[in-house]
Design a protein around this ligand. Structure first.
Ligand code: SF4
Ligand code: SF4
Length: 431
C-alpha cells in the first residue's frame, strides 16, 4: 500500500479537535452549488441560517475526540463471500463524500472497501473517491458502485446498452478500468431484481473485464422478500442490506443461507437513525460509545461480511474504527436498549412502509423521513435536500397540509407522521 500521504496534503491536516479545517466552508460551498434546495437556501439569504444550524449540530459538538480513538485502525477483515475479498469489517460509505483526503486517511488506516454511487452528490462522490484512491494499488481495494446515473435510478425499461453506458460512465468518473461490484440500487421488487436488461448488461460487462461481481442493495419494505430471492437465485455475489439492532428477524436466516452459498453480506443503516434527540439524553460517555456499540452488535453476527457506514471526516474514521474487531459486550447491549427506549415513537424501522398504502397522495412517508434523517442526524444536509428536491410536488410533504392524516392510524409504531412530514418539508426546502 502507498505510504501515508495525508501529510502531503495540507488540507488534510486536522486542528486540535480533529476537525478538517475546511469542513464548514466546504458545506457552505456545497450548499451554493447545484442543488435546488441549496440554491433556494442561498437565494433566500439563508447562508447565515445555515451557519447557525451547523454550529448547533450535535455532530460538531461531538468532535471532541476520545484519546482512545486516535489512530484507530481496522483490526479485522472478513471474507466477502465468493469474491475472495477480505473486506475491512468497518468500511467506507461515500454518500455525500467531498474530501479525497478522508479517503486517503481511511486507506492508510486499513479500510479497503468503498461504496459509492453515481447519484451520491450528483456524481461528485465518485469523482472524489477516484481522486482519493489514486496512487494506491488498485487490486488491494474493492470499489463498489451502482447501476444508476447522476440523475437518478435507471428505469425498469432501460435498454442493455444504456445500463452498460451507466457503468462505463462510473468508470470514467472514478478513473478506474473496472468496478469490483455494482449493485442493483435500492431494489424494491423481484421484477427489478431479476430485470433481464440489467443481468445481460452485467454479463457483457463482466466478459469485457469492466465489472467483476453483481450485487443488490435494499432498504425497501419488501427487503426480506427481495433478499431471500436474491440469495436463492444464485445470480448475486453480494447483498447489501439495512440491518440494525433487533430489526428484521428473518434476515438472520437469509444471511446464514447467503454465507453457505458464498454470497457476501454487507450491512448498512447500522446506526438506526442515530437520532440526536435521543443521543442528547445520553451521558457524554454513552454518546461516544453508541456508534461503536451498534457496529459491534451488527458484527457479532458471523454471517455478516462487514458493514458500510457513511464517513465524511477524520473524526468519523477515529470514532468508527475504534469498534473494529471488538466483541459485543453487556454494556453495549444496555446502551442499544436505552437508545431504543428513547427513540420509541420517533423512528421508522427500515423497510416498514405500513402506512404507505393509506395515503391518498402517494406520499413516500418512509423516504421523506429518511431524507430528514440524513439532514438532521447524519450531517448530510445537501444529500437530504437533493433527494427531497427530486420528488414531484404532487407527492411531497406539502400534500400533508389540511389532510386528515389517515396514515397515522396505519402506523404500528405510533409515529406522528403529519407533524413530522410538515417539519421535514420546512427543513428540507429551507423555508
Ligand atoms: S398526512 Fe395525508 S398526505 Fe401526508 S402522508 Fe399522511 S395521508 Fe399522506
Ligand atoms: S411512519 Fe410508521 S408505518 Fe410509516 S414507515 Fe414509519 S414506522 Fe412505518
Amino acid at each position: 500500500m502507498r505510504k501515508q500521504q495525508s501529510e502531503a496534503h495540507p488540507a488534510s491536516q486536522q486542528d486540535e479537535q480533529g476537525r478538517t479545517p475546511t469542513s464548514r466552508r466546504t458545506f457552505l460551498r456545497n450548499a451554493a452549488l447545484g442543488t435546488a434546495g441549496g440554491a433556494a437556501a442561498l437565494a433566500a439569504g439563508c447562508e447565515y441560517k445555515t451557519q447557525l444550524f451547523l454550529l448547533s449540530q450535535p455532530e460538531t459538538e461531538a468532535e471532541e475526540k476520545s484519546p482512545d480513538w486516535q489512530e484507530a485502525r481496522v483490526r479485522s477483515y472478513r471474507q466477502l463471500g465468493r469474491t475472495g475479498m477480505q473486506m475491512s469489517d468497518i468500511s467506507f460509505g461515500c454518500s455525500g463524500l467531498d474530501s479525497a483526503d478522508v479517503v486517503r486517511r481511511a486507506i492508510d488506516r486499513g479500510i479497503n472497501y468503498f461504496d459509492t454511487s453515481p447519484d451520491y452528490s450528483r456524481a461528485g462522490s465518485e469523482k472524489t473517491l477516484g481522486q482519493g484512491i489514486q496512487g494506491y494499488p488498485r487490486d488491494k481495494l474493492f470499489i463498489v458502485s451502482k447501476f444508476c446515473t447522476p440523475r437518478g435510478h435507471l428505469s425498469d425499461t432501460t435498454p442493455v446498452r444504456d445500463v452498460m453506458a451507466a457503468v462505463e460512465s462510473s468508470l470514467q468518473r472514478i478513473g478506474t478500468d473496472y468496478l469490483d461490484l455494482a449493485h442493483i440500487h435500492a431494489c424494491n421488487s423481484i421484477e427489478r431484481l431479476m430485470n433481464p436488461n440489467i443481468h445481460e448488461a452485467f454479463d457483457r460487462l463482466k466478459e469485457q473485464g469492466k465489472l467483476r461481481f453483481l450485487g443488490v442493495s435494499s432498504h425497501t419494505p419488501r427487503l426480506e422478500e427481495v433478499m431471500r430471492h436474491a440469495v436463492d437465485s444464485d445470480r448475486f455475489d453480494v447483498i447489501m442490506v439495512a440491518y440494525n439492532f433487533r430489526n428484521w428477524p428473518e434476515l438472520t436466516n437469509i444471511f446464514h443461507d447467503a454465507k453457505r452459498k458464498g454470497v457476501g453480506v454487507v450491512a448498512m443503516k447500522t446506526l438506526k437513525g442515530a437520532r440526536h434527540s435521543a443521543l442528547s439524553d445520553f451521558t457524554p460517555t454513552e454518546r461516544e460509545s453508541f456508534s461503536q456499540a451498534a457496529f459491534k452488535w451488527v458484527l457479532s453476527n458471523p454471517d455478516v461480511s462487514g458493514l458500510v457506514v457513511t464517513i465524511g471526516s477524520f473524526h468519523h474514521i477515529d470514532e468508527y474504527l475504534h469498534a473494529s474487531g471488538q466483541p459485543f459486550q453487556p454494556a453495549d447491549l444496555a446502551l442499544l436498549e436505552k437508545y431504543d427506549r428513547l427513540v420509541a415513537n420517533d423512528y421508522c424501522p427500515p423497510g416498514c412502509g405500513e402506512c404507505l398504502s393509506s395515503c391518498p397522495s402517494d406520499v413516500p412517508v418512509d423516504d421523506i423521513l429518511r431524507y430528514a434523517m440524513y439532514y438532521e442526524n447524519y450531517g448530510q444536509q445537501r444529500v437530504g435536500m437533493e433527494e427531497y428536491a427530486n420528488l414531484p410536488l404532487a407527492r411531497n410533504a406539502s400534500q400533508c397540509v389540511d389532510c386528515r392524516a389517515p396514515c397515522e392510524s396505519a402506523c404500528p409504531h405510533g409515529i406522528p407522521i403529519q407533524a413530522k412530514l410538515l417539519r421535514a418539508d420546512r427543513m428540507l426546502r429551507f423555508v
